[in-house]
Ligand binder design. Structure first.
Ligand SMILES: [Fe+2]
Ligand SMILES: [Fe+2]
Length: 272
């Protein structure tokens, strides 16, 4: 049985919104066509953390014909202390029930981890306790369910120049997520799409299919002059034998699939 997950990231509502309604309509149509089990929104939903920006981002996400799991990005923090430290997620939490939601069904388990830190704005971080939580959530999923971890900050280098360094202790984090049973780890933040398979993070109990790591393009374009930051989204589709990752890019008129990778998926029942 096929399970579909759509990832949108980095909406940056409030920055260069001209034309976003057209993109939003195309996303609505695509989601209606794909009928994913879940839409995952991996942070930077607002550009400046204003309540009105959050409300508009939420209205768009709620307008999609699918359940939505949202987590915050660094732009969803207050600009300055003391609010950034005392109430970092107050605006986000007016719209969403928590910063680390989870979704577990027969076919899909998604554990969101909040990588946003008030003092590590661009780089973020994950704690040992968060990695343990991922193992607990993924471990609770039925055999054969696609196991996914989602966070805002990236774990892969961007293909084009960026000053954004990946989450600290990236190798340790990826190894821990692989050991936790994750098959797919998805992020945003760089606004540049990357999907790779890290063969060195093969499932530790031996063998295929390894851990697929992906960064979604931004759906918003807060810096429209940057040629490497095409607006788009990602689709993940899994059945018993394969996991497919499809990148869609906004051409200015429609969302088009521009890349597709397919990975073997087998013996997932042996995962923890
Ligand atoms: Fe962003
Ligand atoms: Fe970000």
């Amino acid at each position: 049985m096929t399970v579909r997950l759509v990832q949108v990231s980095d909406l940056h509502v409030g920055a260069h919104d001209a034309g976003f309604e057209e993109v939003a309509a195309a996303v609505r149509a695509l989601v209606a066509e794909l009928a994913p089990e879940l839409v995952l929104a991996t942070g930077d939903l607002s550009h400046r953390n204003r309540p009105g920006q959050h409300a508009r981002a939420t209205a768009f996400l709620r307008s999609l014909e699918a359940p939505v799991l949202a987590l915050p990005g660094n732009h969803d923090l207050p600009a300055l202390p003391p609010a950034r430290v005392a109430r970092p997620f107050a605006a986000f939490l007016r719209e969403w029930p928590g910063v680390e939601p989870a979704h577990v069904s027969e076919r899909l388990a998604v554990c969101a981890l909040c990588s946003v830190r008030p003092w590590r704005y661009q780089r973020g971080a994950l704690s040992a306790a968060q990695l343990e939580r991922a193992a607990a959530v993924l471990g609770s999923a039925p055999a054969g369910a696609l196991r996914v971890v989602a966070l805002h900050h990236h774990l892969l280098g961007a293909p084009w120049r960026t000053g954004k360094r990946s989450v600290p202790a990236r190798s340790r984090v990826l190894a821990a997520l692989a050991a936790a049973g994750a098959e797919l780890v998805v992020s945003g933040h760089t606004h540049q799409s990357v999907v790779v398979e890290r063969r060195e993070f093969l499932f530790p109990r031996g063998g295929e299919p390894g851990l697929v790591v992906a960064t979604a393009p931004g759906l918003g374009r807060p810096r429209p002059g940057r040629h490497a930051e095409a607006a788009g989204l990602q689709l993940y589709e899994a059945d018993t034998d394969s996991l497919r990752a499809v990148t869609y890019a906004w051409t200015g008129a429609r969302l088009e699939p521009v890349a597709e990778r397919r990975y073997p998926r087998s013996d997932t029942s042996a995962r923890p």
